[in-house]
Design a protein around this ligand. Sequence first.
Ligand SMILES: Nc1ncnc2c1ncn2[C@@H]1O[C@H](COP(=O)(O)OP(=O)(O)OP(=O)(O)O)[C@@H](O)[C@H]1O
Ligand SMILES: [Mg+2]
Length: 251
Amino acid sequence: MKNKKGKTIMVTSSKGGVGKTIFLLNLAGVLAKKDQKILLVDCDLVGGAIALNLDLVAEKNIFHVFEDLANRRYQNYESYIIPYHKNIDVISSCKDPRQALKIDMEYIVSFLEEMKNYYDMILIDTTHGLTKDNILLLDKMDIILYVMTNDLMDIKNTKAFMDVMNTIEKDNIKIILNNSRDIGLNYFSKYDIRSIVGRNIDYSIDPSLYIKNITSFLLEGEIFTLNKSLTFKDKNDLRKLENMADDLIKE
Ligand SMILES: Nc1ncnc2c1ncn2[C@@H]1O[C@H](COP(=O)(O)OP(=O)(O)OP(=O)(O)O)[C@@H](O)[C@H]1O
Ligand SMILES: [Mg+2]
């Protein structure tokens, strides 16, 4: 399956807990149903929870990718992969936070670049904020999906984040207003947010995508958007996410 021309897509935010990981998994589910070959890479090195969310056990993880590359022992990407779905593979975050401190992200960036040969989309989960690792990823990834909520502190942090992005002339960022994280959090209109942040909101996720029984999905290691018993109403709610997926495929 070599010779794809995949894209690296980083999901990040200024604030923790805004729904990045759930959003990334739901997007992966929608893309997988469109027959895109997806690699999920957990670059939230200390707090990463993709494997936990998907109930996967990893023998090797992102630390081993780094360690083997740095020590010239790296042979084949497949040995770091956990298969999850016919179109979704996963590389898990570190098991031990001490491993996270040792990783030199430059090695991971070149590994992600290589993965473009094998996958249509490489979806990269990260921690929040402008950490050293995130800055390096921001610089090198093809597309940045920035997740925010309708919360005053988050909006102010987003302005500060976007000011930095303007300074470095980054224009491959899409802002996603996540209205599905907390229903009822709608004090500011999209227009208000745009005037504070100084950039357009590219996509919003409807409150109707608030998943009431999210714990049962997490316990089952299931991706909501891949659930076979979704009702027509649920499918209707997914339309915006599908439009976003179509745009990403076209980019
Ligand atoms: N669509 C949703 N429906 C219901 N609850 C949600 C949804 N998205 C997020 N949540 C709630 O918010 C919590 C945090 O979500 P998530 O882990 O995706 O955020 P995050 O931005 O990745 O957090 P972190 O900064 O810790 O990585 C979830 O455990 C869940 O309780
Ligand atoms: Mg997360």
